[in-house]
Design a binder for this molecule. Structure first.
Ligand code: ZN
Length: 161
């Protein structure tokens, strides 16, 4: 297992639509979890380490001392709540920038685990925002893409100062 370099925005790999994942993904997933913990972060998508395949990892509770590593292969959103929540989101590929993003408060996903078994899960709170953020990455979308041009310019100019 190893810690991989995390690509920084605007690396072009972060704007690509990822292909369906297939084959043996255990090494990639293990390396991505190592990379996420080392960063440190709570979610990481394959394109952030330059692999354009539909896979992400998440562990929303390890920072609270209760590790729960999860690997999502070919995740799909199957239902979202009408209720929406706005929370600040950071991204390991865009260090130093937090953006307020409005998303459905709850989301149900279907995905495959590393053993090839289909899973479904319902996510709320931080985890709901996190899985939607990571699925955005698989479609080539980053937090900044949710902002209007003016807000985005302002944020980027504050960071570059
Ligand atoms: Zn991100």
């Amino acid at each position: 297992m190893s810690v991989l370099p995390i690509l920084r925005w605007p690396d072009p790999a972060l704007s690509q639509v990822c292909a369906p994942a297939s084959g043996d993904l255990k090494t990639l997933a293990a390396d991505m979890l190592d990379t996420m913990y080392a960063a440190p972060g709570r979610g990481l998508a394959a394109p952030q380490v330059g692999v354009l395949t539909r896979l992400f990892v998440m562990d929303e509770t390890w920072k609270d001392g209760a590790p729960n590593p999860m690997v999502f292969v070919n995740p799909e959103v199957i239902e979202v709540s009408e209720a929406q929540t706005t929370q600040p989101e950071g991204c390991l590929s865009i260090p130093g920038i937090l953006t307020d993003i409005t998303r459905p408060s709850e989301v149900t996903l279907r995905w495959t685990d590393l053993d090839g078994t289909e899973q479904t899960g319902h996510f709320t709170g931080f985890a709901a925002a996190c899985v939607q953020h990571e699925i955005d990455h698989l479609g080539g979308i980053v937090t900044l893409d949710h902002l209007d041009a003016e807000t985005r310019e302002q944020l980027l100019s504050e960071v570059s100062q």
